[in-house]
Design a protein around this ligand. Structure first.
Ligand SMILES: Nc1ncnc2c1ncn2[C@@H]1O[C@H](COP(=O)(O)OP(=O)(O)OP(=O)(O)O)[C@@H](O)[C@H]1O
Ligand SMILES: CC(C)(CO)[C@@H](O)C(=O)NCCC(=O)O
Length: 722
């Protein structure tokens, strides 16, 4: 099977490393950011509840050894509704759901949530529950742990109190009255570890695992993502990432190649319609295991990082090595093609220590990636499939791995088959298990009901960065529960830090100084927290709500960018407006020293986002003005500015209410047509203002919104009337 590829054809490393250099330069300036906050969304609790339950808080681990010691807050609850777990040979993946904490004025504890569910359930007719149960708003979080550190995962579940109320049996719903009687929770679980660790989880957490088949879950997870999450799938060729639009009505058939410890290849023909057609024991575990032995690396990421500085020709036997520097043209093999991976190591005179770790790492990465890609291609060929999705955490969002696999698939299939990758690569199984809870009705959601948010804080202690600096955008893809601490004193309310989580879909903190893996932005930025926004209804008059796309201009699209220059325009606007926004935000929090520090930190974080996007506009998926503004809002919230415009809104509301009767009278007095036009103009004026239009902001300085509204109607020359 050891067909080979031409070494030069997959050589995108230089390119990506260069990009990384530029990026690091730009982002270093953010290192000195000061105080920072947690991934924001868990922070905004109702005032009637303390923001954090700090009782029993303790630093977890040694501060000397760990620059980001986790703070365990054993009594903090997060209104969790439920979670599912995928325990694989190498990694444990956890998907958990938390309610929008701001969606209700009353704080909802997990048990209250169960009571709520129970009451709603009762109010519906038993049989129809499955399909009509209202979906609760909330967030889906993705976290992973190493399987051999399962205790850290258990601690995480405990510290976040994910387990007491995760009940799937109809008879086990509880309401407030049954607080305390929370045994018997049943958790959806998949992967081999669902069997292996069932007893342990029962002992430690008191939960029973409801086992779901691993392959079922992988397929269900992927189908859900392809149908529901925008820009989930992408190709990666020569360092270029391109999102693929998947038509939910034309998704099948495809081949899923899940590269975990081992590799499963699944032909998928429809919802729940699939067959595991092949597999190979040479997978991610092989790469990690052999890589660790051969390079003495401490982690998976370290091996990947090493590989990017290596030259595999020092280890691999090339066609040219065999043919005295010549190509073997007759069968289409150039001299630089790898004839035999590790073939040079057969030389008796050299020991392992005579080879460079970097070279070994690269040779190994290529060997494994090519081999899997080739088997994948053969299976695609066997079943006439042209779409191949590669999942599993071996991929790790790593540009070089993806390029190598893409190259191999393209090479063997002569361009007929396409390798595609997934932003939630390693979470397919966990997500599938999560979806198998049938009470939340997630499976029927459309893409409009999920938005993806990217928390990116930087924890700091004593005024100095203690966590990943902001340029380490890894924070964007983890559900990083950041904290701010001064010595042992917690300065900002934060959820529990995740001990031992290895991050989500991207790299953990870079171990090497260079952080060269960051050369691939996708590695660090491919997964955010999914927010479920079920309350948004499409406009009723839309012809096809499912296809309605409010943001028609993709700012990350090259052509459009050149054509309109929008991206640069908006970046400039957002950058120049930043000081004003920070001032407003700080003012909204009383202008305290703490608020100022947070304001500075927000500005640095947001600048880092903009710098990142300038460099790679598609880094966070499709980019529209709406997503840019949403990103800014999210970033503000992350730094605890829940509403930067609070004070202004209050002032405006008061002023508006004072003149509202007058305005209503004025509108009432109009003819129907004139009134409709006035209302529409008013809505547009408010909307444009809300989007921070430059001209409006200038106008605003001179009066209140209501005055602008009047001015826009009475005085301004409207372009559409000229
Ligand atoms: N931080 C990490 N630690 C360990 N392995 C990692 C890490 N990041 C990526 N990997 C790679 O991901 C692989 C595990 O992927 P994944 O979690 O999809 O599979 P798994 O569920 O553990 O395995 P299986 O399905 O075969 O039981 C590892 O074997 C390794 O190659
Ligand atoms: C055994 C599983 C399914 C566990 O996830 C996976 O590791 C795998 O597909 N291994 C490859 C086994 C084979 O088909 O040779």
């Amino acid at each position: 099977m050891s067909e080979s590829f031409e070494a030069s054809k997959v050589g995108t490393r230089n390119h990506t490393v260069e990009k990384q250099g530029a990026y690091l330069q730009e982002s270093h300036q953010t290192d000195s950011v000061n105080p920072v906050t947690p991934a924001g969304s868990m922070m905004h609790r109702s005032p009637s509840r303390p923001q954090l339950d700090l009782s029993g808080a303790a630093i977890h681990g040694s501060q000397e050894e760990d620059r980001t010691p986790a703070i365990l807050l054993p009594n903090q609850s997060d209104d969790i509704s439920h979670f599912a777990i995928d325990i694989g040979g190498s990694l444990i993946k956890l998907v958990y759901f938390s309610r929008h904490s701001d969606s209700s004025k009353t704080p909802i504890t997990p048990r209250k949530m169960c009571g709520l569910l129970e009451r709603r359930r009762e109010s519906l007719n038993g049989g129809s529950l499955r399909h009509t149960f209202p979906v609760l708003g909330g967030r889906l979080h993705f976290v992973k742990f190493e399987t051999n550190k399962i205790n850290e995962c258990i601690e995480f579940i405990e510290s976040k109190k994910l387990h007491p109320c995760n009940i799937i049996g109809e008879s086990t719903y509880k309401d407030d009255a049954s607080e305390g009687a929370d045994d018997g929770a049943v958790i959806k679980a998949t992967g081999g570890g669902a069997f292996k660790y069932a007893e342990l989880l029962k002992d430690k957490l008191g939960v029973t695992l409801d086992k779901e088949d691993e392959m079922d879950c992988l397929v269900a997870g992927l189908n859900f993502l392809l149908k529901t999450i925008r820009d989930e799938a992408f190709t990666h060729v020569d360092g270029q990432k391109q999102f693929v639009q998947i038509d939910p009505n034309d998704m099948f058939p495809y081949l899923l190649v899940n590269i975990g410890s081992g590799v499963s290849m699944i032909k998928v023909d429809g919802e729940g319609e699939f067959q595991r057609v092949s597999g190979t024991n040479v997978g991610g575990g092989t790469f990690w295991g052999l890589g660790r032995l051969l390079t003495n690396s401490k982690s998976f990421d370290e091996i990947l990082e090493l590989s990017q500085k290596g030259d595999n020709s020092a280890v691999d036997m090339l066609v040219g090595d065999i043919y005295g520097g010549l190509d073997y043209n007759k069968i289409g093999l150039s001299a630089s093609t790898i004839a035999s991976s590790f073939g040079k190591a057969t030389s008796g005179s050299k020991d392992l220590s005579d080879y460079k770790r970097e070279d070994i790492a690269l040779s190994l990465l290529r060997m494994i990636s090519y081999n899997i890609a080739q088997i994948a291609y053969l299976n695609a060929l066997r079943y006439g499939l042209t779409r191949i999705f590669f999942g599993g955490f071996f991929i790790r969002g790593h540009a070089y791995t993806m390029d190598t696999i893409s190259f191999a698939v393209g090479f063997w299939s002569k361009g007929e088959a396409q390798a595609m990758f997934l932003r939630h690569e390693g979470f397919l199984g966990a997500l599938g298990a999560f979806l198998s809870y049938d009470k939340h009705g997630l499976a029927n959601l459309t893409s409009h009901q999920f938005v993806e948010r990217f928390p990116m804080g930087a924890p700091c202690a004593g005024g100095e960065i203690q966590g990943p600096p902001i340029h380490d955008l890894n924070g964007k893809i983890t559900w990083m529960e950041k904290f701010m601490a001064k010595g042992n004193e917690i300065m900002a309310p934060v959820p529990t830090s995740a001990p031992g989580t290895t991050g989500v879909g991207g790299f953990g903190r870079p171990l090497a100084r260079s952080g060269s893996l960051r050369s691939d932005s996708s590695a660090a930025l491919n997964v955010g927290v999914l927010w479920l926004v079920p309350t948004l209804e499409p406009f009723p008059l839309l012809k096809d709500p499912k296809r309605y796309e409010p943001s028609t201009i993709d700012l990350s699209d090259d052509d459009e960018r050149e054509h309109y220059g929008f991206l640069r325009y908006w970046f400039n606007i957002l950058s120049s407006h930043l000081p004003t926004l920070v001032g407003t935000a700080v003012g909204s929090e009383g202008g305290t020293d703490g608020a100022k520090r947070r304001g500075d930190a927000f500005a640095q974080a947001f600048r880092a986002h903009l710098a990142r996007l300038r460099q790679e506009p598609a880094a966070y998926g499709k980019l529209s003005l709406a997503t840019l503004l949403e990103l800014r809002e999210e970033c503000l919230r992350e730094f605890h500015f829940m509403d930067a415009y609070r004070a202004i809104k209050q002032r405006e509301n008061e002023a508006s209410l004072a003149v509202l009767p007058d305005l209503l009278n004025e509108l009432d007095a109009m003819s129907e047509d004139a009134r409709l036009l006035a209302l529409i103009e008013g809505v547009l004026a408010a909307n444009i203002f809300d989007w921070g239009s430059h001209a409006c902001v200038e106008l605003y300085r001179k009066g209140t919104i209501i005055e602008i509204y009047r001015m826009s109607r009475n005085k301004m020359r409207r372009p559409w009337r000229v």
